[in-house]
Design a protein around this ligand. Sequence first.
Ligand code: NAD
Length: 432
Amino acid sequence: MSEQLNAFEMAQKQFDAVAKQLNLDPGIAETLRWPMREFSFRIPVRMDDGSLRVFQGFRVQHNDARGPNKGGIRFAADETLDTVRALSMWMTWKCAVADIPLGGSKGGIIVDPSALSTTEKESLCRGWVQNMWRNIGPRQDVPAPDVGTNPQMMGWMMDEYSKQVGQFTPGVVTGKPLGSGGSLGRTEATGYGVIYTVREAMKHLKLDSTKMVAAIQGFGNVAQYAAIGFVEILGGKVACVSCYDRHEKKAFTYSHKDGIDPRFLLTIVDPYGTIDKAKAQEAGYVVEDGDAWLGKDVDVLIPAAKEGQVNAETIKKISKRVKLVAEGANGPTTPEADEFFKKNNIFVIPDFLCNAGGVTCSYFESVQNDMNFYWPKEEVLQKLDQKMTVAFHGVLDMALEKKVYMRDAAYMVAISRVVKAMELRGWLTGEA
Ligand code: NAD
């Protein structure tokens, strides 16, 4: 019963199923279903009121056979070691499916960042690095922003690491601010990456992108650029977007009779992805319930908000017209909804392929840091398009060859690549 599994148990279950399909050696499977290394540590921080508080920090390095570990750092009040383990494993598969030479890791601190002052946040970021600096670095493990962390925090972490090692080392973290080692195109990367895979899926399904209509959940970083890309790159129409209204504490769907104008909505959305409802209504937008996006008469669904949104309950609303689902968010589809897609022959671009544009651009950031030479935005996006297109076709070819669902094919591609790297490095022969 999937509801009772925590994130790590779920990640292991998914892995076990594919390991079986691939007929993986049980010893290799046992190696890959656990992280290679885990760090758990306490970070004391002097608070603004003079008191000393101690925070729990983590870093989990799942597998670095294909290159330095890569993965974000989350600041969340409900963070657990098992969540970080699961996310580190998914990063290994994501980097492998995108075919970037990196492994998988994730980190976190149990903290509600909104309850900290700027100086307290800075101390916490520096404290995390003081614990971890010997075990991270451009050739070991490269953190990035994630839930509850942002480019400014990456700037502090990069500075602390550089101080510890005595050398300016921008490549130790990615997602840094522009002007401090960040890459152009990072803001657009995940959303545009989603669209590059949607474009390839439409070619495969022989759909004319200019006649396609999409419904998008979310209007944060991923959804904003997926919406812009759907209109400007594919020439299609976006019927609606939904977002969580943090003032009214509920989600709403925004639609427009002519299709939404994502560039306009970008001018009335706050940094947390909440659209200004009054201004949207003034501009002729119809505001409906948060789940309404899923029931629209559209060809394409792009869940790009949060996990578990397409589930046994919400799936009942889906229009018969839907042909394609592009998972911009991580884990938006529950196993029950996945079964529905399989049964109804709806083509799914699975999350760790579909949203791999972000980590691919992070990889480009590291490359630029290494060279100390920075590419124009057009070059970053063109390289991103190429990577995402090749990644999509690698998975599609596997799905067609083995006659399996796209999600299973993505796991098969990723796991095979990691096992291959382990073999080539001699890790599986006892000669390492
Ligand atoms: P974000 O915080 O910028 O935006 C999230 C959006 O979702 C906001 O508009 C919010 O209002 C909306 N939302 C939240 N709950 C909702 C609900 N119940 N109904 C409708 N809308 C809701 O986040 P983001 O960076 O855009 O990330 C979105 C998803 O994509 C997450 O699952 C994230 O893990 C994943 N992801 C992000 C990146 C990236 O580079 N940003 C990369 C890979 C995966």
